[in-house]
Design a protein around this ligand. Structure first.
Ligand SMILES: [Zn+2]
Length: 496
């Protein structure tokens, strides 16, 4: 397959922008300095003031504009309940009335790209006819800044026809997540990236899916809530038929997931199996290898989705960079990390944003340990379980469990994660852009971002050989002093 050289892409794109609008003091575009930003920031604060702030505070050269999501993580104002930052409208966007956060597409829907899907009505209503790319692209281009469409795998049950694209849980109910093997969703994804690539003069597209398969979910292998082993996906007709094509016995898989659900349920009720939790889980995996085959079916379906998106965009315009946001669970759950095989992802990835959110990682790791400590490792005291994870994930010993949420992870974590990813990508053309945490909301008693912490995280990422950094999750939750902390590092490195 043809591989685009990202470096030459970046240089050509930068040269093109400079030719169009000469900027005498333009910095060399050798490293990507990006920030995630949603439509609400441009609406509230104005395009030019926001871009001025980005350039002054942190020498930002690439915008990751949230073009589609039903989630508050990357769109909308500050999450209600967390303090508003020191810029933007000093008001939450929950409640009702004009401007209330709803989610959906923040760009116009060009209907010709959605002919092969029932998902056609997904426009975010909060800003009327406002199209965030139309609003931002001319100013960004004039300044020599690149623009990347950033969208994620987060849907609302209120979207018309969405049931026809949803995943099916093990218990037969519909999930709110959408199935990659369902043509309605697969075609929507391809239609969306084609819409972006043909309708706008963009420089790249990034998509993120913060989900995993049924096995890891049944074991509570993430930092999130849930925990009902019958509400795991996907068991829809498309997935079952794909499983059969791969030689997986669907009936055996169902038996296995029923046995796994019983195991998890017993653990939740405090009933220890005769041979203990860890041994009994191994007995299930040995008896039902279909459990792992089903997990890999889900993971391969995600990888095939990456490949299909990449190839669709390249067929439209090869110069558009395509890459992925890789979920923070990669930093906590060894099973999920095993599934993020960068050598397999690289051929379909011009860049990878590997999430390395050091500050919120403390409470997130503690949450993960709490969850996995109720299933697979229910026999292991949780401090020992945390120490074990520090070992197998190759972290220097960070704080102990009691202190971890209040301390967060150190910049050494960012260094180790970036170095590991860089080494895994050596010999490929894939750029590594670690995601850096600036004010991602944490519980009241948990660690908060600081200018020094942000600075050190950025320094660590570059020291480990990163090709850029992506300041996350969204400008509307960042305090300016912490954003400037990133800028301090960028100046110190001579990248400004
Ligand atoms: Zn499915």
């Amino acid at each position: 397959m043809t591989q685009m050289n990202r470096r030459s892409f970046l240089h050509t794109a930068a040269a093109g922008a400079l030719a169009a609008a000469p900027l005498p003091a333009a910095p060399p575009a050798s490293k990507m300095i990006g920030i995630q930003v949603g439509a609400v920031s441009f609406v509230d604060e104005g395009v030019e003031p926001v871009l001025d702030e980005f350039q002054q505070d942190a020498s930002i050269n690439t915008l990751f504009v949230a073009t589609f999501t039903y989630g508050r993580g990357i769109a909308g104002r500050q999450v209600p309940g967390s303090p508003l930052p020191d810029h933007g409208k000093q008001q939450y966007d929950n409640g009702s009335g004009p401007g209330t956060f709803h989610g959906g597409s923040y760009t116009r829907i060009h209907s010709q790209y959605y002919k092969d899907t029932v998902l056609t009505d997904f426009r975010a209503p909060e800003f009327g006819d406002y199209d965030v790319l139309e609003a931002v692209l001319p100013s960004a281009r004039k300044r020599g800044m690149k623009t990347i469409c950033w969208f994620e795998d987060v849907w609302s049950p209120g979207v018309p026809n969405v049931r026809q694209a949803q995943e099916r849980n093990f218990d037969g109910t519909n999930a709110t997540s959408l199935c990659f093997n369902n043509p309605n969703y697969a075609n929507w994804l391809l239609g969306t990236v084609e819409d972006y690539a043909r309708s706008y003069e963009i420089d790249g597209i990034m998509w993120g899916s913060e989900r995993q398969g049924a096995f890891s979910n049944a074991l509570r292998g993430s930092l999130g809530g849930g925990g009902d082993p019958a509400k795991v996906t996907c068991f829809c007709d498309f997935c079952e038929s794909k499983a059969r094509q791969r030689g997986i016995n669907v009936e055996r898989a169902r038996e296995g997931f029923q046995a796994l659900a019983n195991f998890v349920q017993a653990a939740r009720n405090g009933r220890r199996p005769v041979d203990g939790f860890y041994v009994t889980l191994w007995r299930l995996m040995l008896r039902y290898p279909e459990l792992l085959a089903w997990e890999m079916l889900w993971t391969d379906s995600l990888r095939e989705t990456y490949a299909a998106i990449h190839s669709r965009v390249k067929s439209v315009k090869p110069s558009i960079g395509v890459g992925w946001h890789i979920w923070h669970n990669n930093s906590f759950n060894p099973i999920y990390r095993a599934e993020q095989d960068l050598s397999v992802l690289a051929p379909h990835s011009d860049f990878l944003k590997m999430v390395m959110y050091h500050n919120c990682a403390g409470e997130r790791m503690a949450g993960y340990i709490h969850n996995i400590g109720q299933t697979m490792f229910a026999d292991v005291p949780q401090q020992e379980l945390l120490d074990f994870h520090y070992r197998v994930l190759d972290y220097k010993m960070e704080k102990n469990l009691a202190q971890l949420p209040a301390s967060g992870f150190t910049s050494d974590y960012v260094y180790r994660e970036a170095k590991r990813a860089r080494e895994a990508l050596n010999g490929t053309n894939t750029q590594l852009w670690p995601g850096i945490d600036i004010d991602i909301p944490t519980a009241a008693a948990s660690s908060k971002s600081t200018p020094e912490g942000t600075r050190d995280a950025v320094l660590a990422a570059f020291r480990a050989g990163a090709d850029g950094v992506l300041l996350s999750r969204k400008y509307s939750e960042m305090r300016l002093a912490n954003l400037r902390g990133a800028g301090t590092a960028i100046r110190q490195l001579g990248l400004a």
